[in-house]
Design a protein around this ligand. Structure first.
Ligand code: ADP
Ligand code: MG
Length: 706
């Protein structure tokens, strides 16, 4: 006796599917069970209550519905196989030629020739007239239930060959719904949300929602059904992420920074050269709240370039030191680590805080005292690159790790840091890449987020302009003026992996051309690119930072964090090839000193629509979050920050951009639920727990995302 049909029944056993189709469904659409099929939702609807006249049917992408008869079937032999032709006449006697290029014999056998029927398809122009290729043909009996919302499903070519194009899928789904209706007296599949949640937002039961999305009574019922499915999708995702976050912070002990002590206070009173911005103060307070009472902090700090994140890191570090803990600050490049090292030393002045630098290029002999100092607690602050992750680096009491300019810090790396302390160190991840809220609530949903949304006072907005290659001489003239005023200039070339060879050539050609227009001894140029040795790069970078050279020609290696306040012009070559966030980052290299700064976006004359939008956005605004939103819109969430592989954004029903309000709501609901019942142990939450477990099982990779 076979099991009764349910959501978990393998799709193979649904009438009309069988093993071959089941295999194709699994491979092409990931549909393995009847439940999966029910969650293959229509992506749009067609109005099948309206009929067109052949006389009015215009060629174009819009599908039309015609009523009439098919006649004059004719098979035409071709080089390979044959083509089927026929004529369609509507009720007014107007004629439209029909044609099938594939499956002629099969189609010919199944066409209701001479009987009244309904056609659905696209009209094309053909030999000065019109025709319709591969129309969908239904007998009047089949269209009895014509609806204003006829579901259209996505499918694949192979599934089409199995008769499972949009309509075939629709029929299979209708069959499944019909069978489940028979079985239960009405369409029913097991509910996945507790009644209290359904009531909370006035949502229909799962069965009703699915039924209304596949076979809507009207637009409103469809909307309500889809709303429920989206909400559910977001809710489970947020329950999972918020729960993970709570486990790592609220319920995970962290080093208690119970007091604000001498180092923090002395630094604050004697050494800060400026007033903190309101945003900096707020973030410090947030961090203090996180760390004071023994909870574990896992915080993402976002702030535009130049917003003063380093100062926040330093003050947090001093809190740690005051409480007897050591601090590790990780930078993505040697240059940046070096800059932080020098900057921190200078800012700390004569305060008794020992700061050391550890990068790959620190020699063995110099390493020894640093490692010893870390092990016995004499070194308070270690600044470095990934070198700090090496097993030889042992801390006496590591309490805080700051990760600068690196928003993707893998769990594996984090685990290596955790292993360096008995209590996991607090984590502060700092990034200048503005992350739209929708993404920080999903991809980074398990981190708390602080935002510095205020620049230090007195910064002049950077003037950004777009120039074409034809205007290059004018740009050179402008550069000369700026250099005459004592300023320095970046000229940046793209370096895209796929075209690395060519890009390198562009850079070299550009460098040569610049040396011709800016000849020594009046002008001095630096060049930095990926094929140079790390120490040569550093040396060049330093020459520029010290003001020895006036123009820095570079690939995007200078993107991250480097600080040369005297540089006031950023020229970006082939700007149309850069992504928005990269352009924004690059522009942030200037505007750091007192002088008016400029960003010049160079490009060819011909630009694609998206490239134009990117450059326009850059010229219009300097607000990182606004830029990030445009970026998200242009590229879609899947592409942003390599999140494609993370799987977190594999949403089935909801759309991260269009449904962001719903996402916020679902997150708020998830937080409230977990506040009362952290492990979802209450009886009323059993379904929620099941749903979260199922999600976890379906995305084994999801924890990589933070
Ligand atoms: P980012 O957020 O890009 O890391 P930085 O921390 O490097 O920015 O700060 C950029 C510059 O702004 C530094 O020279 C820093 O000293 C200065 N700065 C930071 N905070 C303030 C402030 N509150 N007032 C004035 N200048 C500040
Ligand atoms: Mg920085």
């Amino acid at each position: 006796m076979p099991e009764p049909l349910s959501a978990s029944t393998p799709i193979e056993f649904l009438k009309g599917i069988g093993p071959k189709r089941a295999e194709a469904l699994a491979e092409d659409l990931g549909i393995k069970t009847c439940g999966d099929l029910l969650f293959h939702l229509p992506f749009r609807y067609e109005d099948r209550t309206r009929f067109h006249r052949v006389a009015e049917a215009v060629p174009g992408p819009v599908q039309v519905q015609l009523r009439g008869t098919i006649r004059k079937l004719k098979e035409v032999k071709q080089k390979r196989g044959s083509r089927l032709e026929a004529e369609f006449a509507d009720e007014f006697g107007d004629i439209l030629p029909l044609v099938w290029f594939k499956g002629a014999q099969w189609v010919a056998r199944n066409l209701p020739v001479g009987q009244p029927c309904v056609l659905w398809g696209r009209v094309s122009e053909y030999k000065g007239g019109r025709n319709m290729a591969h129309p969908e043909v239904l007998t009047l009996k089949e269209v009895k239930s014509a609806s204003a919302l006829h579901p259209v499903y996505s499918s694949t070519e192979r599934l089409g060959r199995f008769g499972l194009h949009s309509n075939g899928l629709g029929q299979a789904i209708a069959r499944l719904i019909g069978q489940l209706r028979e079985l239960h007296g009405q369409f029913w599949i097991a509910e996945t949300l507790p009644p209290a949640i359904l009531q909370l937002r006035g949502m229909p039961a799962l069965s009703i929602a699915l039924e209304q999305v596949h076979q809507p009574e009207d637009a409103n019922a469809e909307r309500l059904g889809r709303f429920r499915l989206k909400f559910e999708e977001f809710l489970f995702l947020q329950l999972l992420l918020v729960q993970h976050r709570n486990r790592q912070t609220v319920y995970q002990p962290g080093a208690p920074f119970a007091r604000v002590g001498a180092m923090f206070n002395r630094f604050y009173a004697e050494r800060i050269p400026f007033e903190l911005t309101g945003a900096q103060k707020r973030v410090i307070r947030e961090i203090r709240e996180d760390t004071r009472n023994g909870n574990h902090m896992n915080r993402l700090l976002q702030g535009d370039v130049g917003s003063g994140k380093t100062m926040v890191a330093l003050l947090t570090a001093l809190m740690a030191v005051d409480n007897g803990y050591q601090v590790c600050i990780m930078a993505p490049t040697e240059i940046l680590a070096q800059q932080h090292f020098e900057g921190f030393r200078e800012m700390l002045g004569d305060l008794p805080v020992r700061v050391e630098l550890l990068t790959g290029s620190v020699k063995k002999a110099n390493r020894k005292p640093i490692l010893a100092g870390l092990a016995d607690g004499e070194v308070h602050l270690l600044i470095g690159t990934h070198a700090v992750l090496e097993p030889a680096v042992v801390f006496r009491s590591l309490g805080l790790v700051v990760i600068d300019e690196q928003h993707r810090f893998g769990v594996a790396q984090r685990a290596r840091l955790w292993a360096k302390a008995t209590i996991p160190p607090h984590i502060l991840v700092m990034t200048a890449t503005p992350i739209p809220r929708t993404l920080s609530m999903t991809v980074y949903g398990d981190l708390d987020v602080s935002v510095i949304d205020e620049l230090p006072p007195g910064r002049k907005p950077i003037r950004t302009v777009h120039r074409t290659d034809a205007q290059r001489l004018g740009v050179f003239g402008f550069m000369r003026e700026q250099i005459a005023e004592g300023r320095q200039i970046y000229v940046v070339y793209p370096l895209i992996e796929e075209s690395a060879q060519l890009d390198h050539k562009d850079l070299m050609d550009g460098y040569e051309s610049l040396t011709r227009h800016f000849p020594p001894p009046e002008f001095r140029l630096s060049i930095v690119h990926g094929r140079m040795k790390a120490e040569d790069k550093d040396a060049e970078m330093r020459r520029f930072a010290e003001g020895t050279t006036q123009i820095m020609v570079a690939t995007t290696v200078i993107e991250v964090g480097v600080n040369v306040p005297n540089a006031s012009v950023m020229v970006i070559e082939s700007a149309e090839r850069f992504g928005l966030s990269q352009l924004h980052q690059l522009r942030g290299r200037v505007g750091r000193g007192g002088a008016q700064s400029f960003c010049i976006l160079m490009s060819g004359k011909e630009l694609g629509k998206e490239a134009r939008r990117r450059l326009e956005t850059m010229c219009r605004t300097q607000d990182g979050f606004e830029i990030a939103e445009v970026d998200l819109e242009l590229r879609g969430p899947g592409d942003l920050m390599g999140t494609k592989q993370s799987g977190v954004l594999d949403l089935k029903v909801a759309d991260l951009i269009k449904d962001r309000v719903l996402l916020e709501d679902a997150r708020a609901v998830a937080r409230r639920i977990l506040q009362d019942d952290p492990e979802l142990e209450r009886k009323g939450h059993a379904l929620l727990r099941t749903g979260v477990d199922r999600l976890k099982a379906s995305r084994p990779d999801w924890s990589r995302i933070s």
